[in-house]
Write a protein that binds this ligand. Sequence first.
Ligand code: PGA
Length: 245
Amino acid sequence: MGTLRQIVLAGNWKMHMTQAETRAYIDSFKPHLSNLHPARQVLLCVPFTDLTAALEATANSPIKIGAQNIHWEEKGAFTGEISAAMLSEMGVQFAIVGHSERREYFGETDETVNKRLLAAQAAGITPILCVGESKATRDAGKTEAWIVRQLDEDLVGVDQSNLIIAYEPIWAIGTGDTCDSGEANRIIGLIRSKLTHQDVPIQYGGSVKPANVDEIMSQPEIDGALVGGASLTPDGFARIVNYQV
Ligand code: PGA
């Protein structure tokens, strides 16, 4: 039953916020968590350059900090990349893996997404695997097959007891065009039916905002949200993590 699964509300800041902005954000966000529901995990996935500031500012708070990507090699000649060991040493406990923007703009494939998931887990980091279909795939009636194939390829060898999945239909990301909550619930149920571990938290992502979070979170299969644009203001994200059902 859904009540046993962890609820995870994650902000994905993408390429936003300097260190000074990170400190100011967290200072004004923290007071909103004084009555946070105990079953809810709140997470901010910040740019690599903000990790130290974010970890310091959230110490002694319920907020966890995540990265937005992770490389699969332990070390080596990979200019511009960051390894799992570098992140875990800092105290980073989560990392987004396979976000559609990484797949679309930076050439990530299901094969490299799988390697990143394995590397994260080997370092004790919980990856948030993003899957989701494009508008063209949806219009062609191939959403289910697309998602199932992504899961098949991405999850090879992955430990499902240390995993979060985000269902993010690409056409709903940053567009204001939220997926119908019932439809998101249906696809998330499909994702769960393909897992061996039934307690994996499965989030919805794509234009989640204060005005629609209550409806989204009232769906039984949906265990949280991955929030881009609406996580950039402390007040807006506070309303999201304190959603009411
Ligand atoms: P959005 O982004 O909330 O701005 O649509 C979600 C995401 O890309 O994770």
